[in-house]
Design a protein around this ligand. Structure first.
Ligand SMILES: [Zn+2]
Length: 375
């Protein structure tokens, strides 16, 4: 998690209700011989029972439960004892529920996916939870911002002026523990965080946050309140400039050869968690591409430097304090880290950067002249 969430960010009440119902159902099923209304709670259970598709998914799970009471108890215990998700992220020795056989795994996955995608929107469930997902999303944005706190790159979604909460567009909710591998947590209230589309759908997909195919079980940041696990304060951005002669000779190349992220003061634990974040969201590659390809244009537009001294002065001013909109505006944090690196460099290195920017300015001005005047 790049940025920490406000510790008062509320959990999603709809998922608190649905997860509690799932746990209640598994507990009631330990000694049950038949699938009846008695397996469900009074209020939320009635809504699930009255909704035929939801009821059918519960029934299929009941029919695939282990036969013996002891095995049903074991299944219930393994899920109930893992309700503390932050512990799963921090302690690699905490066992993850092992749902077997495949028939049971599949039926549970089908049920919890249905609870997440369909049951959550039932009018009765929304009434009991006193909010919809859309309303929860707005409380999340008001507590934090519209920026994706996993990457600091993109907006979550875009709110429209003067539209009520329930009708606003909302961002994707990423399952921290993906539903394909962790069906027991597909509607757990601690398993969701609003994310930008790229983080959720392009970068992460069904990747496993707790498991690396090469090194096995790993630690990962648990981003949700009341914890505020984040590492933005550890990140440094280190660019490598292209040779000006090469840049002059070939207008197509980027002014920067690289823009690497580093965390020199991170502890081994933090490095392990940052590695999981890189694997999941691919932020360093996304940042490197943007910084290397738009370096000259961004700095020229953001600082509008007149000469080298002005350029140095502007960079210095950019670094006097953290930008107030660093956790609000797309990309702001990453450019701020670049300014910080530049500000720490010798005049010789700053001059290299300045000459690249100036060359690009001349090039753009030349192109404009050619387009306008045919010269
Ligand atoms: Zn993102």
């Amino acid at each position: 998690m790049l940025f920490p969430l406000d510790p008062n960010t509320p959990k999603c009440k709809v998922f608190e209700k649905l997860n509690a119902e799932l746990i209640h159902f598994l507990h009631q099923s330990i000694n049950a011989k038949r699938f009846t209304r008695k397996l469900f709670s009074i209020a939320t259970g009635q809504e699930c029972w009255d909704n035929q598709p939801t009821k059918e998914k519960f029934e299929i799970v009941f029919r695939t439960l282990p036969v013996s009471v002891a095995d049903r108890q074991k299944l219930y215990d393994s899920i109930q004892n893992c309700q503390n998700l932050p512990l799963l992220f921090r302690d690699k020795t905490v066992p993850i529920p092992n749902i077997t056989p495949v028939k049971l795994f599949d039926s549970l996955k089908s049920l919890t996916t249905h609870l997440f995608t369909r049951t959550k929107d039932l009018a009765g469930i929304r009434r009991l939870a006193t909010e919809s997902i859309e309303e929860h999303y707005q409380t999340y944005v008001r507590s934090n911002s519209e920026l994706c706190f996993l990457c600091g790159i993109s907006s979550l979604a875009q709110n429209r002026f003067n539209i009520k909460d329930d009708d606003q567009w909302r961002a994707d909710y990423d399952h921290l523990l993906c539903k394909d591998k962790y069906p027991a947590f597909s509607c757990h209230p601690d398993n969701f965080i609003p994310t930008c589309h790229i983080c959720n759908s392009k970068a992460k997909g069904a990747k496993d946050i707790l498991w690396d195919d090469k090194s096995g079980r790993r630690k990962a940041f648990f981003p949700l309140p009341p914890f505020q696990e984040s590492f933005y304060h550890l990140v440094r951005l280190v660019p490598a400039f292209a040779d000006l002669a090469d840049f002059r000779a070939n207008n197509d190349i980027s002014p920067l050869k690289a823009a690497r992220l580093q965390w020199p003061t991170a502890t081994p634990d933090e490095r392990e968690m940052i590695k999981a974040w890189i694997d999941l969201y691919q932020v360093p590659k996304r940042v490197a591409e943007r910084i290397t390809s738009t370096f000259c244009e961004y700095i020229d537009a953001d600082c509008t430097p007149d000469n080298f001294d002005d350029f140095c002065d502007q960079i210095n001013r950019k670094c006097r304090r953290e930008p107030a909109d660093m956790k609000v505006m797309e990309w702001r944090f990453w450019w701020y880290r670049l300014y910080q690196w530049l500000n720490e460099q010798s005049d010789d290195i700053k001059l290299e950067a300045w000459e690249l920017i100036r060359w690009k300015q001349q090039l753009v001005n030349g192109n404009h002249a050619a387009q306008t005047f045919g010269i």
